[in-house]
Write a protein that binds this ligand. Sequence first.
Ligand SMILES: [Zn+2]
Length: 80
Amino acid sequence: MPTCQEVAEQATEYLEKAMPRRERLGVWAHLRVCPNCRTYLRQFMGTIALTRRAAAAAPPPDDEDRLVAAMKAARTPGAD
Ligand SMILES: [Zn+2]
């Protein structure tokens, strides 16, 4: 069974199912008996969800600049 340190290091792979079945089972078994790692993984998943939601809600600064520039360029004089 992996240690807490190993579970923390493999959290992404575990959640994305990007690890061998044997190792997944090890992490899973560890989570069954370790409330600390369950809490850690729940928070970790929450962080991922928040990041994805934020990324979907607002475009990255670079894209926003480009969008504003494009809108300014597209505006014809006297359109207001
Ligand atoms: Zn643990």
